[in-house]
Design a protein around this ligand. Structure first.
Ligand code: ZN
Length: 220
């Protein structure tokens, strides 16, 4: 079987001090280490915002990180991503603050608003709620030492499966990893990953993203 082709996209507003190669570069490095994949980096500053038909048509899966520049992503490319997901079955893995990205909101059809958030670098305790799901393979309950908190209610449609649940010491909780299907496409939303914290370098997070990409690309 040919290698899974993954387009790793970012708006590149993440600080270089934490992510010298961008969050898309960090995701690509983790995937390349753990999985049989071929990654291509794409970002908002490229021609067609990195979302050319050539790039999207090549990709089995698109990973997406964005935060400050959601509004700069042009609608023509949003429509293109949605079409590739729904009609061609391209997998889509929106990460952390991509909950408010235009492609995720378009695919969900809801506001994707959070119940609240707090940037205080407190731990998130992650529980595996669906241990038999392929995205949970090799993953047991774990802690991310420093996180940005997101609170429920998360305004998304009922997920197909909530695989990971996050909790914080002050009592908040969140569906931190959940799957959706839209048309032919598989989608996995993963909450951890704030841009000022090195979360995408944590072993459990890398494993989950690698599993998710294989699942979204119909290899699991
Ligand atoms: Zn954040």
């Amino acid at each position: 079987m040919s290698k899974l082709k993954v387009l790793c996209w970012s708006e590149l507003s993440e600080p270089k001090a934490v992510y010298p190669e961008g969050i898309n570069g960090a995701v690509c490095a983790g995937l390349t280490e753990l999985s049989e994949v071929e990654c291509r980096l794409a970002d908002i500053n490229m021609p067609e915002q990195g979302l050319s038909e050539e790039n999207l048509g090549w990709a089995d899966v698109l990973t997406w990180w964005g935060h400050a520049r959601h509004g700069d992503v042009e609608q023509v490319y949003v429509d293109r991503v949605v079409k590739h997901v729904k009609e061609r079955g391209m997998g889509f893995v929106p990460l952390h603050s991509a909950h408010h990205s235009k492609p995720f909101k378009a695919l969900m059809g809801t506001s994707c608003d959070l119940g609240g958030w707090r940037e205080d670098d407190m731990p998130e305790y992650i529980t595996v709620k669906a241990p038999d799901h392929p995205i949970a393979e090799g993953v047991t309950d774990f802690v991310i030492p420093k996180t940005e908190m997101y609170a429920e209610p998360f305004d998304v449609p009922e997920p197909d499966c909530v695989i990971f649940e996050g909790r914080w010491d002050l009592g908040e909780w969140f569906r931190s990893g959940c799957t959706f299907t839209k048309g032919k496409g598989r989608i996995f939303y993963f909450r951890p990953g704030h841009e000022t914290l090195p979360i995408f370098f944590q072993a459990e997070v890398k494993r989950i993203v690698a599993n998710a990409v294989e699942w979204a690309g119909n290899r699991r």
